[in-house]
Design a protein around this ligand. Structure first.
Ligand code: SF4
Length: 443
């Protein structure tokens, strides 16, 4: 083993960041670098950071400082920080983090091998490379999947041209730009040939993809693919045609992840969401009409500047009436440089917390009730890995559960990870289910 070419990569943040990390893995392995699983053994430590909100920034900084110590105690000779943190904070980091040898912004990760070679040759001219992101991966971009379990993300577009007033992503990732559908289909074919059964389409806004229905039709035509899932839909771009396709195509998961952020018109207006309560409710009811058993996931922000008790009550009753299968929420925080951070009428932390707890307590009841309808049902699952719950061996997901963000189905039977199985749901919990494998479909 050539010790100064060993590397460890820590991937923080969202599924889109994970794809970037997998591209870096692919590029470095192609150049003969050796991936190690123990960070202490790595000569090169790479942290792919997230920084879209304060908590994510803090987690990135804590991780960098933890790994920086290994330059004293471990094998680490070079510490490299990539992604959203250097793209967002640029020069500030140069002073604050002298332990870091190289900062690569959100648009430079694909050239990681060349940058590491320059570090090794001591010919680095700039410690920070954070040009305006323009890169778009293709089916020819090296990539090594990092998560076993028969599932993979495909990034269909990059950046965002919406300008929600609280969001830093457009300033970090740049404007919306899409990949060609030919390149996406080729990548999906390659992944399915490598044994991937589930493809999860990601972008900041997947529904902005022109010709999305055509792309979905090409993807479900790939013989060995079992599931195609759409994540990160935007309510202004999700069309009934896409829902109809979902209702009619067995391989298209009957699952919609659609972050709505709020429902009260005054708040939606201040957020710059450019959609109204009336339009949102009409969209939800058309989704349910066209595809009654679809699973809906959403995200809300509570405590946005100026959010009145009445606005919050509207959100609470909307969440209750709609009955989302999966719901996540954030307590609003000022993000430096965003228009929302300059808005008056900030909500006290105590009130934000109360509103967050009220919303999530209500959702726990809804989730428990919705899960109970699965009791006794026979359903197909994808076995994704070792169970996080010690009482079970493995965990799987139904088409109504997305990777990493939703509940799972716990299993005892020792079936193959990455296989699709038919199970009977024997128990339902607040967020998770328990299943019994009917017959091992891999035997
Ligand atoms: S749609 Fe809005 S919240 Fe989502 S990434 Fe774009 S600007 Fe941010």
């Amino acid at each position: 083993m050539n010790t100064n070419r060993t590397f460890f990569l820590e991937s923080l943040g969202c599924a889109k960041n994970l794809v970037d990390s997998e591209v870096m893995l692919g590029c470095l392995l192609n150049e003969g670098y050796e991936l190690v699983s123990a960070v202490e053994e790595a000569a090169i430590i790479i942290v792919n950071t997230c920084s879209f909100i304060e908590d994510a920034t803090r987690e990135s900084l804590d991780t960098i400082l933890e790994f920086a110590e290994l330059k004293q105690t471990g094998a680490c000779t070079h510490l490299v920080v990539c992604g959203c943190l250097p793209q967002r904070y640029k020069d500030e980091l140069l002073q604050e983090l002298p332990e870091v040898d190289l900062f690569l912004g959100a648009g430079g990760f694909q050239n990681i091998a060349a940058h590491l070679q320059a570090l090794a040759d001591n010919t680095v001219s700039k410690r920070l490379v954070a040009d305006r992101p323009a890169f778009l991966l293709t089916d020819k971009t090296p990539r090594m999947l990092s998560v076993p379990g028969g599932s993979a993300y495909i990034k269909i577009a990059e950046g965002c041209s919406h300008h929600c007033t609280y969001c830093t992503i457009p300033s970090i990732k740049g404007p919306y730009r899409r990949r060609s559908s030919a390149s996406i289909v080729k990548e999906a074919r390659q992944l399915s040939a490598d044994g991937i059964g589930e493809i999860n389409l990601v972008a900041q806004d997947t529904t902005r993809y022109e010709g999305l229905d055509g792309l979905l039709k090409k993807l479900v035509a790939i013989k060995d693919l079992t599931w195609v899932r759409l994540l990160y839909c935007h309510p202004r771009h999700l069309t009934p045609d896409i829902i109809r396709l979902m209702a009619g195509e067995e391989k298209l998961c009957r699952y919609i992840d659609i972050p709505l952020q709020h429902i009260a018109d005054p708040v939606l207006k201040k957020m710059g969401r450019r959609i109204t309560r009336k339009k949102t409710e009409a969209l939800i009811s058309s989704i349910r009409r066209i595809c009654p058993d679809i699973a809906l996931r959403t995200t809300f922000i509570v405590g946005f500047p100026g959010e009145t008790e009445r606005d919050f009550e509207a959100l609470l009753s909307f969440a209750e009436d709609t009955g989302f299968d999966h719901l996540g929420a954030f307590q609003y925080r000022d993000e430096e440089g965003t228009p929302a951070s300059r808005l008056p009428d900030k909500i006290p932390e105590k009130v934000k917390k109360e509103r967050y707890n009220l919303l999530m307590r209500g959702q726990a009841d809804i989730s428990r009730k919705k899960n109970s309808r699965f009791k006794g049902r026979e359903i197909q699952v994808l076995v994704e890995g070792i169970s996080a719950n010690e009482h079970y061996n493995l965990q799987a997901r139904t088409e109504f559960q997305a990777p990493e963000i939703d509940g799972v189905v716990y299993l005892k039977e020792p079936v193959t990870i990455g296989s699709f199985q038919r199970v009977k749901i024997t128990r339902t919990l607040t967020y998770d289910l328990v299943g019994r494998v009917l017959e091992d479909s891999t035997e």
